[in-house]
Design a protein around this ligand. Structure first.
Ligand code: AHG
Ligand code: MN
Ligand code: MN
Length: 302
């Protein structure tokens, strides 16, 4: 099987390959740290959310490795007020640990990275590539540099450290949408979102929701359908952050033949004015998400 290093050497621009490789190595250290760093800290992140030891550990692990490449001009993180400055050309935005509220229940967790060509914040149109780590029953890396979506799985060599082996090439969302997962609850959703969810059952889609964006999206990529963290009646701006979460995932999803919307337009066209700006997020099979967009925008809900 092809190893990640070899794949990156043959298929990624040199700087992005180096950056992707240090993220992959960092994910092994984060995965090992999860059991002992689940405690809640007193500190909060720029979105005002309490931090967990694993949020800070993963942030520091990835930031140090990324700056150490000498190819990264800045690292912006969901867990830091300001970006760290480095030298190089790649602008990295990361959610170092996605779904940290799920550590105790051992639900899948994730890490999300956007590799931008411009000073941050910037729209998803300036993404050169994106990758996400899924800490689940397997540790996998899913990535794209604009030429398809590819997946690698961590395999523990005898006695030696784990390495990443190619487990999926040119992944595409399946034709038939199968699953849906919407964050929040019916009473928090706006009427068009509630109506839209009702239509999904009518189309034979089944619920699949684990509470982590990466874990919930990862199954949509395999089974087709839609994940959403929608606008709420009392939270029209949504929860997921454009720069760190929805734009990098939208980049990958689009490369797999899908579409992602904030309810009005392609997530990749959203110009975040701040590093932590959130937006409603609807991502997955193009026909399903475009139907959602028609219903939500028609109601003038935005
Ligand atoms: P993070 O842990 O990086 O803050 O992300 C958590 C996000 C996302 O992973 C998930 O879809 C959503 O929060 C779940 O939100 P609720 O806990 O409010 O359902
Ligand atoms: Mn997150
Ligand atoms: Mn996070």
């Amino acid at each position: 099987m092809m190893k990640l290093e070899e794949f990156l050497r043959l298929n990624a621009p040199e700087e992005l390959g180096t950056v992707a490789m240090v993220v992959a190595k960092g994910s092994l250290a984060v995965s090992e740290a999860i059991p002992t760093k689940a405690g809640l800290l007193a500190s909060v992140n720029p979105s005002g959310e309490r931090q967990k030891a694993i949020d800070v550990f993963s942030n520091d692990e990835f930031a140090e490795a990324l700056l150490g490449t000498g190819m990264v001009e800045e690292v912006a993180s969901e867990e830091m007020q300001e970006p760290l400055e480095g030298k190089g050309d790649v602008h990295v935005a990361m959610d170092p640990l996605d779904g940290s509220s799920n550590v105790e229940t051992n639900n899948p967790l994730g890490s999300i990275f956007g590799f931008y060509s411009k000073r941050l914040p910037a729209s998803g149109r300036s993404l050169l590539g994106a990758m996400y780590v899924t800490y689940g029953s397997m540790l996998t890396i899913t990535l794209s540099f604009g030429k398809g979506v590819h997946r690698f799985v961590a395999v523990r060599d005898e006695a030696g450290p784990s390495s990443f082996e190619l487990s999926g090439l040119n992944l595409r969302l399946p034709e038939k949408p199968e699953v849906y997962g919407f964050g929040g609850s019916r009473k928090e959703w706006t009427p068009p979102v509630r109506e839209f969810v009702d239509t999904l059952e009518g189309r034979g889609l089944r619920t699949r929701y684990c509470g982590t964006f990466v874990g919930d999206y990862n199954q949509v990529l395999s089974r087709g359908g839609i994940f959403a963290y929608p606008q709420f009646v009392n939270r029209p701006q949504g929860k997921l952050r454009v720069l760190y979460e929805t734009a990098p995932m939208a980049f990958i999803n689009e490369q797999a033949g899908g579409y992602a919307s904030d309810g009005r337009r392609n997530v990749l066209d959203v110009e975040p004015r701040t590093l932590s700006e959130p937006s409603p997020a609807y991502i997955g099979s193009a026909e399903v998400v475009r139907d959602l967009e028609r219903m939500v925008s028609a109601e003038g809900q935005n």
